[in-house]
Each structure stands twice: as C-alpha cells, then as structure tokens.
Design a protein around this ligand. Sequence first.
Ligand SMILES: [Ca+2]
Ligand SMILES: [Ca+2]
Ligand SMILES: [Ca+2]
Length: 356
Amino acid sequence: MKVLTAISVFFFCLGIISCKRTAKDLDILGKEYQAASADFKVLSVVRNRINDGYRLANSNSPLVYNMKFSQEVTWKITITSKATGAYQEFNGFSDTIADYNFKWRGSSAGYRFFSVADTAIINLTVLGREIPVFRDTINIINLPNLSNNNIKGVFHYLVGDFESGGNSFGTPYNDVSDDGSKFIAVLDEISDKVQGLSSFYFAGSDALNPNTYVGGCDTRNLYDLAQKFSKISPDSTYINLYIKGTEKKGTSLLLIVYEQDGETGSSFNLNINDKYQNRVVVDWVGWKLVSIPYSKFTKATSGGGLGNNELESDKISGFSIQLESYPDGGKDVEAYIDYVIFTQGKPFDISIIDKI
Ligand SMILES: [Ca+2]
Ligand SMILES: [Ca+2]
Ligand SMILES: [Ca+2]
C-alpha cells in the first residue's frame, strides 16, 4: 500500500509537471542539476601553472585546471578578489574540469575589475555540499591589455583610465562665472572605482551662473585619438565609459567627440573640423557602464565644429567630458567616471578578455 501511495504521488507530481512544464522546470529536473552523492570525491587537480604569481596577460596562458571528479555533478567556481571586491563565477555540470568548460583571464561580473597586485581566491563548490571541495589562491601580477587590440572582431582603444601617471586627460577647466571654489576635478582613490587604483571625481556648482555648464576636461590634445579607428559605420563605433551617479540629482555629462576633417597631424582647428555631442543624464546611483553608438551623436550646439558635417569613425581625433547641471541649471552636481574605452564592432564587455 505504501508503495502504491508512493507511486501515485510520483505520477501525480509528473502530471503536474507535464501540464505546466516550462523551460525553467526542465532545467530544474534536468541532468544539469545533479547533487554530489555521499561518497563524492575530487580525484585529481592539476593547475596549469604552479607558482604563486600569475600572469593573465595576452601572451600568457589563462588560468586553467584539469580536475577529475568521482561522478558528474553540478559545480560552481567562484573567483573573489581579496583587495577590491571584484568577483566572477562559472557554472557547469560534468565529472571533469578542463579548458573547454573553465578558463579565466581576469574577467569580472558586476562593475569592479580585478587588478594587478591583487590576490584572487578560487573556490569550487558542488551542489549538495556547503563547504568548498577545492580552494586555491593566485597572485595576479599581470592582466591582459585590451587597448589597441582587436579581440574576437572587436577593436578596443582605451581613451582614459584615470590612473596616476597614465591619465590621458589634460587640465580641467570650468565656467569662470560659477563659484570656482566648488569646482573639483581630481583623480580619486578614496571612493570605490571600476578599474585600478583611482577614478575621476567631477563636481561643481552652477548656482552663480545657471547656464547648465559647470566645467570640463579634454584628451590632452584634440588630435590625440587621430588615426586610431577604422572607417566603419558610426553604428558600430561605441563610446563606452563607467559613470557613478550620486544622490545629487540633476547631474549630466556632455560627451563630445572631435573629428579631424580639414587637417591631419598635430593640430586641431574648430573652424574646419567636426564636433559632435551626446548628453548622458546621470539619473542613477552607483556605477553603470554606458555605451553609446557614435551614430547617436549629434552636431555640437556650441563652440565651432565646422567640418564636412558627416559622422566619420575614422576621423575621430579627440574627446571631452563636460559636467552639467542639466536639465535644470543652477544646481550642485557631481559624478565619478572611470575607464573610458572606445570600441568598434560591439559595445565594451569585460568578459571578452577571457576569449583572448
Ligand atoms: Ca581607474
Ligand atoms: Ca554655469
Ligand atoms: Ca566629419
């Protein structure tokens, strides 16, 4: 009788499942979700490098393990930075881990990147066990260089990462009719950042001259980016940057791209070259990756920009970020910025570095 009841319950459950089966149910019931049995064991582990320091750079091997388990099991590998909070995870179902189902070269989930001189803690957990079945630690002594690199058909050019010594933006400037004492444009090491040791903190007040304009900063020269980009559709060229909004609502960042139309080399004249803009209203709190196709930029509303009046990716030569109290003038505004990178082919995605 007990057996019959059990069978009835089993088929009753099956009945419910078959009536309302969804893709999610299939996942839950599927083989991919297999808990470790009581005698589960990690039979062998070999890391592709055995020393403490780890170069994840383009020319070096990514982090790879060769592991063998006593059974097929649902597993998760988490990688957590000791210093910065950077995090990544990989999931799978198998009795083996090798380079076809786990390979890491430094990608992260969320906004925070892993850093050089960081320590990464690696934990392998399996379904049905609370305690990791394998732990490892590596010291990251190098990371891939994306800039000026074409990876899986996506070209990357790093415009600025706001690291001390490597900052490619020039001296900031501000609306001289505003209260200059409130204008701050500095590399910031104190608050959280996306990449490296610092981001860029941009703050000011539009109260004294409420024309929405507060201040700005440009690449050191408006020809610094010349001849870096290919002649492809402006739909496939992306201006990407991480922006952190704060509680100060009403902050906007005006992104400006300059093109060398009427001249080449080490000169830039607004009267013969194009100038395009796109305004980002920073209406969120915390970090966010903003990616804008170049085709969404429009002719700048002030300060020259008198080229051939055509958006041309291969003519891009310079970049500016301006801080604004927009849409309403007169406010105290602020934002943090990090990792300004232009891409061609696809919008920026840090996970591409695992595919090098
Ligand atoms: Ca940075
Ligand atoms: Ca102003
Ligand atoms: Ca043009």
